[in-house]
Design a protein around this ligand. Structure first.
Ligand code: FES
Length: 118
């Protein structure tokens, strides 16, 4: 999947959902890289509505997790996470780094890059 470069303003990224077809459907997600950063983030549509934003860096030994439907799977040693970053299966012991994502009534997701929730 393509990585979309985004431009943060005052530590926040704003994504208009309708501009990204992969976000605007159940099970959809987007890979973003904030400009000026090496950090990759996944923006994932949640089943019950809303979005989560997680770092794909596995908390076991640092491999990059892949999105596999409703789960995020680490190809290195098999750790599994939910779309919200929680641990579903080890060997990892810790959830993925997560960042707040709020959706406004006009369909814009605002991601706060300065508040790691984990
Ligand atoms: S680095 Fe992900 S399971 Fe080991």
């Amino acid at each position: 999947m393509v990585i979309t470069t985004v431009t943060p303003v005052a530590g926040r990224v704003r994504l208009r959902i309708r501009d990204y077809v992969t976000l605007d459907r159940p099970g959809g997600y987007l890979k973003i890289r904030p400009e000026g950063s090496n950090t990759l983030l996944y923006v994932l549509a949640l089943e019950g509505g809303g979005y989560s934003v997680v770092s794909p860096v596995c908390k076991h030994l640092g491999c990059t997790v892949d999105v596999q439907g409703r789960r995020l799977l680490c190809p290195c040693h098999g750790s599994m996470y939910g779309r919200d970053g929680r641990v579903l299966r080890g060997p990892t012991q810790a959830p993925l780094d997560r960042f707040p994502a709020e959706v406004s009534s006009d369909g814009v997701i605002t991601i706060d890059l300065e508040r790691n929730l984990s």
